[in-house]
Design a protein around this ligand. Sequence first.
Ligand SMILES: Nc1ncnc2c1ncn2[C@@H]1O[C@H](COP(=O)(O)OP(=O)(O)OP(=O)(O)O)[C@@H](O)[C@H]1O
Ligand SMILES: [Mg+2]
Length: 234
Amino acid sequence: MTERENPRRSPPSRDVGAPRSSPSRIFVTGTDTGVGKTVVSAALMLGLEALYWKPVQAGTKEPTDTEQVRSWTGLPSHRFLPEVYRLREPTSPHAAAELEGVEIDPARILRSAPPAGGAPIVIEGAGGLMVPLNAQSLLIDVVVGMAVPTVLVARTTLGTLNHTLLSLSEMRRREIPILGVILNGDAHESNRRAIEHYGNTQVLGRIPRLDPIDRQGLLRAFGALDWEEIEGSP
Ligand SMILES: Nc1ncnc2c1ncn2[C@@H]1O[C@H](COP(=O)(O)OP(=O)(O)OP(=O)(O)O)[C@@H](O)[C@H]1O
Ligand SMILES: [Mg+2]
């Protein structure tokens, strides 16, 4: 299987909200925790010369996602925006917050979002879309509030169809602009086709297993994505 296993297709018209120019803010969500959002965010950050922002970080004992992306990309600190919530425990944000007597306020996250314009920003979510932030709100409420084009990161292997199709379905129900799906992991052609067919969306490409995860590998992975389909031509 070639690196660019996704042959050119007719221009995508399936997802409402897919812009014809490179968006200035991109939200990176995933079908699950650990599915590769940070790796994809790092590749997008390098490829789009963007800033990186992880508004809700649950887990600060191990390297945080921001620290991870900094180390993988080698980019300077001014390319990274500060988290709004930094919670110690690597668990669901609502539970991590509760342990510290903190109440996550989605409105505060939205207020902290830098205004559009200027350098593009890659915004990484926490876990999947339906992760609770507090007793009333889920992460997806913040995604809706931000109203920015969103990439869904999914693994390639067994189980991904259910998670990916459910995530896409809920994103559509809430009218989140979907840029497409980025697969992370070893090639699985039939799952890629099924996601495009049943998910009625575009797979923007696949990030292969990188060893090591570094600037060069991430840039190569970005180059193999079908990002020009998003950028389009004027
Ligand atoms: N393409 C890849 N190549 C090599 N290792 C990978 C790749 N994708 C993920 N990993 C490994 O899996 C780990 C988890 O991936 P990642 O941190 O990107 O997941 P995540 O979706 O951001 O998780 P979280 O919900 O905690 O933010 C990475 O730290 C890395 O070790
Ligand atoms: Mg992450």
